[in-house]
Structures are given as C-alpha cells and as structure tokens.
Design a protein around this ligand. Structure first.
Ligand code: SF4
Ligand code: SF4
Length: 368
C-alpha cells in the first residue's frame, strides 16, 4: 500500500490565517494595470477581479499592497504522496507515485468541496490550519526522494497561486517529473499560456451544464468550456471530471450535453463521471446512485467519446474504471480502487488490434 502520510514540514506558529498568508507572498505575474487609476486587474482566473488599493480579490489570497498585486508563494497547506489515480488522472503513468500539494483559498465555493478546510478556510474563518514553509527546490526534492514521477497541484484551486505553482513545476520539469494542474477550469488565456511551458496535464472539473448551476458555485460555465478547448489546443494532456450530485446536476439530457461539448473539442479526452458522497454543506443529501452514471456513460459513448469512466461507486462496477481499446475493447489498464495494473507492456498501443491509445504513458527524461 502506498504511504499517504503528510510530508514532515515545519508548521508556522498559530497566527490568524489571512495574516500568516499575507506574509508569504511574491509579486504577481498574472496582473495588468487598470481600469481605474491605482487599480489592478488580476488575470489568473476568469473572475478577472479589479483590485483597488489595500483590497483583495474574490479568492481572498491575492491582494494589493504598495501598488503591486501580492500572491501566495513559498508554502503549502498540504503535501501528500499518493497514486496519481487519486487525482482522477487515468491516462498518465498508471500506478505512478505523485506528490500532491495544495494551498489555501478558492475562486469558487462548492457546497460539496472535499477539501473545504483548505479551499474555504478563509471564508469559514477556520483557524485550525496554518501554512507550512517550503521552497520549490525542497518540495520537488521531496517528490524525487519519495520516488514520485508526477507532481500535482490540487486540494484548492491552483490558478489562484499560479506563480508559486509555476515555480514548483519549473523545478519539477528540470528533474524530469510530469506536472499536473487539478483545476476548476475557471481559467483565462493568460493563465493557460503562462502555465503551459511547465505543465503537462490539465485535469479539469466540469461541474454543471447550466449557468444557474455554475452561479450557485460562484462561477460561470462558458469560461470552463473555453478553457478545455484552449488547453487542448495549447497541447496540455486534458482529462475532464464531472462529480454528479443528486438534485444538482443529475439530469441525463444535461450530462449528455456535456459529453457532446467535450466530444466537439476532442473525442479522445477521457471523461470521468464520479458519484457524489455527502460532505461539507451537502451532508444531508443522499449519495449518488450508480444507475444514472452508467446511463450517462452509455450516452457519452454514443455521442462519440472514446474513454468514459465511472468512479466512486461499488466494486461491482469496477469494470467501468478500466481503460479499454476503443476499437476492439481489449483491456489496456485494469483498475481496482486507486491501484492500476497494466495489461499491455506498451499502453500507448492496443496489443490486440494495434489502435493508438492516447495519453502520457512515458515519463520525460530527467534533466537533473
Ligand atoms: S485569482 Fe483571485 S484575485 Fe485573481 S481574478 Fe481570480 S478570484 Fe480574482
Ligand atoms: S473549485 Fe474545487 S477546491 Fe474550490 S470549492 Fe470547488 S471543489 Fe473545492
């Protein structure tokens, strides 16, 4: 079993969280002047907040000080070693160890957030947490020393700490690691173009099919769909996840429309349909039943997607987490929970019919 312990990083002393984070910043790269005198516009996410003197953006962690936009830098909220599959990434180095790190804050506020104690810590005024100081060299060094082949920015939204994630990923690429953003997709062109040179994987949540659903989470649907298309165009490896939540986004026609939207970008994009589990502000809702997810997966195949997965469901449906050849249905990667077994020596090609199986199946060569 993989070691999932928290990396031993020195904790800061208990100070109010916002104050502690305010001392750990750098100047923003994703910012422009205006529109009014003295104001700054943050370009790290699609909110594009206009931030006046002494004010903060909607995420709570990017703020103006002395005429500059200050952004998170030089710490983590969490850093754990896990299988890469734990981040719902299936076509990248199956079974690889991945160091997954995250920060505080978020541009959205999902009532089902699994990591609300970091993503919503500022809004909830949850002061149990504190940042752990670390340099990008140290963080990547730990990933390498723990035999990780992948490093993932996850837990909260990485875009709001893009400059720090960029610095970590730049070091990670020098050491030959695959780098992955686990994101809500509320992105801008500026963010994607900034991150692409150091980022391999764009694992994006597509949380709903109506603007109303997205409004309730604090976002918009259009920028997410645009970011998926742009990320693909820029050459990221893209996988999409939809958490299906009862009485929120559990209508088959709506899920079909998402499948069509993904297929229009690229039929080879893997789509993961994950079942909701009660948590955070949605503890009173029932878990999602598997039947609808299985129907939605069938519809998605009918709409042209070639790799559709169903997750967070009973083991009897484990078959729906395997990677199969879209031409002859040979099993290429067999999964059980978060563990993966390769059924083909080279998963990039079906051993039976020779069809290409898209993904990042090999790690880049180390430059270290
Ligand atoms: S990253 Fe934060 S400050 Fe920047 S636009 Fe998004 S919410 Fe606003
Ligand atoms: S976007 Fe992700 S991290 Fe942010 S609140 Fe939603 S689920 Fe949590």
């Amino acid at each position: 079993m993989l070691d999932r312990r928290v990396l031993p990083i020195a904790r800061s002393t208990a100070a109010p969280l916002a104050e502690a984070l305010g001392r750990r910043t750098a100047r923003a790269a994703l910012v422009e002047r205006g529109p009014a005198e003295g104001a700054l516009r943050c370009t790290a996410c699609a909110h594009r907040c206009v931030i006046g003197p002494g004010r903060r953006g909607a995420c709570g962690v990017r703020f103006e000080r002395d005429g500059a936009l200050r952004v998170p830098f030089g710490y983590v909220a969490r850093a754990n070693v896990r299988f890469v599959e734990t981040n719902t990434i299936y076509h990248v180095l199956p079974g690889a160890r991945a160091l997954t790190f995250g920060m505080y804050g978020c541009d959205l506020r999902c009532g089902y957030c699994q990591n609300w104690y970091v993503s919503q810590a500022l809004r909830e005024r949850d002061e149990r947490e504190g940042p752990s100081d670390i340099s990008s060299d140290q963080l990547v060094g730990r990933a390498v020393s723990e035999s990780c082949r992948v490093i993932c920015a996850a837990y909260n939204e990485p875009a709001i700490s893009a400059e720090w994630v960029h610095d970590v990923f730049r070091r990670a690429k020098e050491r030959g690691l695959v780098t992955a953003m686990i994101t809500d997709g509320n992105a801008t062109r500026e963010l994607l173009e900034y991150m692409r040179p150091v980022t391999d994987v764009y694992r994006v949540d597509l949380k709903g099919y109506t603007e109303e659903q997205y409004r309730s989470l604090g976002g918009r649907l259009a920028p997410v769909l645009e970011s998926i298309a742009l990320a693909k165009k820029l050459g990221f490896w893209v996988e999409v996840v939809t958490l299906v939540v009862p009485h929120f986004n559990d209508e088959l026609p709506g899920l079909r429309s998402l499948a069509m939207a993904i297929a229009r970008v690229d039929q080879d994009i893997p789509w993961h349909l994950n079942a909701f589990q009660p948590r955070y502000r949605m503890r009173d809702r029932p878990p999602m039943s598997a039947g609808l997810l299985v129907s939605a997966a069938g519809s998605a195949y009918a709409k042209g997607l070639r790799f559709v997965y169903v997750g967070n469901v009973d083991h009897e449906l484990g078959e729906l987490s395997h990677t199969r050849c879209p031409c002859c249905h040979e099993t290429i990667v067999r999964r059980r929970g978060y563990e993966s077994m390769l059924e083909a020596a080279d998963p990039s090609r079906c051993p039976r019919c020779g069809a290409a199986i898209p993904g990042l199946w090999r790690a880049p060569k180390s430059c270290a």
